[in-house]
Design a protein around this ligand. Sequence first.
Ligand code: SF4
Length: 216
Amino acid sequence: MTLEFFLNQHPRLTRSLKKFILDYEAQLDASTFAAFLMNLDEELTNNAAHFSSQATNEAKARALHQVVDKETSQDTDIPLSCQKGCSACCHMEVEVTSYEAEILKNLIQAGHPIDRERLKAQSQRSLQDPRWKQGPRNPESQCIFLKDNACSIYEHRPVMCRRHSVTSPAKNCETLDAPITLRYFPRVDLLISAANEDQNMQIGPMAKMLEMSLLK
Ligand code: SF4
């Protein structure tokens, strides 16, 4: 299998999975790389079929969450710095799928309290808005689901929150003036890429997607 054919078959890979594949291309001989692409193709196709076989959009999102949680809960040689109560990453823009936005909308409509004004204000920010770069220094950037420094919808949080973890000191996330080392899960990238193969699913900033979903 050639790289060009593979990329045509799977046009909605995450950026980091694509980079991972290109790095492998540079390191492996041609036949080993072709075999690697064949395996990846099979894994993507099987997982995409698993997600699309779920009965509802919400079930598709939850099926992705379940497999991603299994991957990210595996032990690691390098200890993670993330702990309950450190919430700097909950002051950055988070991307969600339209199916996850449905889950969040249903929670809000069932009575989960949020600050609607803050949601509206965040939904009007662009991706490049410098306030997102200020992290926890800007309280207006706080995720509408963050309460008392913890996620109030932890069981329902989007996949981007589930995959995010760092091995650099937690204080680096707070101050934003020291380097941050993210833990990388290639298999999580594969699972997210497989879910992205659903052409009916959109991906976008949480505040925008949620505001739109609540206005429907
Ligand atoms: S959904 Fe939860 S984990 Fe994700 S950014 Fe918001 S508070 Fe943090």
